[in-house]
Design a protein around this ligand. Structure first.
Ligand code: DC
Length: 227
């Protein structure tokens, strides 16, 4: 059976990660959370106490850091230089700092090269901001997920509560809006919908509906043999 490449892009907390993970599970594909890779480089920069505006030193650090993603029971497990940092990459400090680190072209070059290597051969779901536009412009299926801000705040709040962190909705909304602004206005590979992506507004959708929708589109391509 033909294996395809699926790209899922969209803003923070639009439902990409959960959908990507469950779609990959249903199809028996590998799920690659590319945001986790940018987070891992950000964590290393913070650990090294590099100023976030120092593009050269952060880029050099990205070039020499070994990243590895592994499938875990509840999403992706993240390793840097052989050390597991799955929890640390989700910290509030990393979340606040990641937009700066991911705006550097040299950092992106390193990670994009790695993402293309992992996607080689198909049977993958890559999820991020620039997968359909820059990383894999020839992906077989491109999904662009959006959701309204109140819903995204609610989702982020729930995720954090599960992780034992209590953050008020006003702060979360500010963070989400600020990250949208930074991710969409940066010069290097800004967040935008590819012209051939299918836009899915997940605001009123359950996780199951989101997954069913993407799996159905994927099966049409797999079984139909075309795009
Ligand atoms: O999806 P996430 O919140 O874990 O992503 C973290 C950050 O990484 C996000 O603010 C922007 C950046 N990112 C990116 O620039 N390109 C990607 N393909 C994925 C994430």
């Amino acid at each position: 059976m033909r294996t395809i490449v699926i790209a899922i892009d969209g803003p923070a907390a639009s439902g990409k990660s959960t959908t990507g993970r469950l779609v990959a599970r249903r199809l028996g594909y590998l799920h690659i959370d590319t945001g986790a890779m940018y987070r891992a480089v950000t964590l290393r920069a913070l650990e090294e106490k590099l100023p976030l505006e120092d593009a050269d030193r952060i880029s050099a650090l990205a070039e020499k850091t070994q990243l590895r993603l592994e499938k875990g029971d509840n999403g992706v497990r993240v390793f840097v230089d052989g050390r597991e940092v799955t929890q640390q990459v989700r910290s509030a400090q990393v979340t606040r700092s990641v937009s700066a680190v991911s705006s550097y072209q040299r950092v992106r070059n390193v990670l994009v090269r790695e993402q293309r290597r992992m996607a080689d051969g198909g049977g993958v779901v890559l999820e991020g901001r620039d997968i359909g536009t820059v990383v894999l412009p020839n992906a077989d299926l491109k999904i662009f997920m959006i959701a309204n801000v109140p819903q995204r705040v609610e989702r982020r709040k729930k995720d954090l509560e599960i992780a034992g962190v209590d953050v008020d909705s006003v702060t979360l909304e500010q963070e989400i809006r600020e990250r949208d602004r930074l991710d969409s206005t940066r010069e290097a590979s800004p967040l935008r919908k590819a012209s051939d992506a299918i836009e899915v507004d997940t605001s009123g959708m359950s996780i199951e509906e989101q997954v069913d929708f993407v799996v159905a589109r994927a099966k049409e391509i797999i079984e139909g043999g075309g795009k």
